[in-house]
Design a protein around this ligand. Sequence first.
Ligand code: NAD
Length: 434
Amino acid sequence: MPDLRLPTDTIVLPDKDRFLNEENPFEAMMSRFDRAAQLLDLEPGIYKVLRHAEKEITVSIPVMMDSGEVEVFTGIRVLHNTSRGPAKGGIRFDMNVSLDEVKALAAWMTWKCAVVNIPFGGAKGGVICDPHKMSVGELERVTRRYTSGIMATLGPDSDVPAPDVNTNERVMAWLMDTYSMHKGYTVNAVTTGKPVEMGGSLGRREATGRGVMLTALQALEHLKMPVKGATVAVQGFGNVGSIGAQLLAEAGCKVIAISDRTGGWYYPKGFDVPDAMSYVKQHKTLEGYGKGDAMTNEQLLEVEVDVLVPAALENVITTKNAEQIKAKIICEGANGPTTAAADSILDAKGIFVVPDILANAGGVTVSYFEWVQNRGGYYWTEQTVNDRLREIMVNSFREVLKLSQQHKVNMRTAAYMVAISRVATVHRLRGIYA
Ligand code: NAD
């Protein structure tokens, strides 16, 4: 093959001051990207391309509030990279949305899609608003006007959103309807995470937790640790955490610690996870559950277990507590639960980390299945969805493990290396359009 390397100059690696802000998501993502790029000896041209987002859109969203007053919100959509396919990534409604954060999360999606080798690029979007203070009607008007504002980028072949923080299948239904009204016909493949009745996929709700379970079992097998009786602690008992815990328990593990925003519970005999799930369904949180001993979220992270699943927030494992973590495996259900600066502490302790871009990629994988089903107009059984998800998660884990062994790097760096080299290969093949 001809040498399609881009024009060269030198990669200037950012200085160590980057780590001063341990919790900045863009810094965290970029420091991992830089390390993997260096190990891959990535040519500077492609390095520069991948450090930039392809497109950043900011729109004003005027909305008539229920009070009769007009409020103007700000909406953002960032497409980081679409070389491998349409951009894919969620939309969040939150007061903390910022361009920097959305850019980091968009790049994260590029790596996540590439590591599991699904033909999507990375995107993310958000509206700066407090959805908890808005009526359903106001939320619908924000969603529709935001959709209309970013209409030029949206489309099954260009940019396919999904739910994220504070958005859900109802928001996706409004987005899909608004897009379809502009087109004049129904386009359900413009978004994923839709209600099943309008083209959502069976198995999507459980997909991220299922991926966490599958990758945690692979890690146990790799370390020659028995699955039966393996102890598990799960931080966060929402979609990812509770389903991950349930499926790990079904596989034979013993879930001995669980928590949510109200605190945690420790029960060394092993929780009946469906019982805890029905408690949460009834009471909204684990507060007052009363099974076993109460513990804090900080204590849960430091419990002696075989597998720790952080499945709540970012930046919970930092330089402040990494030394105290006793788990043998960390399987990252949440996005960004470990800061970049904490990675080396976990490495030194010999903790095997299944990184977020691999461990929680089950969700985007079934989003891809949803898009495929919409475009084919033919819908799969839940068993087919689960079987195909298993195949992708297990193969991806094995590919990352193999590279980590070949290069003697941890699983996170290997995952970034797999992802970056896939994206870089496509850039080399496509060249630079001039
Ligand atoms: P969720 O809202 O369903 O659940 C979040 C859980 O975390 C809740 O139990 C909540 O009480 C708990 N929590 C909140 N604040 C906490 C705190 N300070 N300490 C401890 N627990 C706290 O959300 P989810 O969909 O399960 O997502 C969890 C994480 O997984 C997020 O980082 C998300 O970005 C990531 N993720 C989710 C998906 C998905 O498909 N849902 C896919 C990939 C990654």
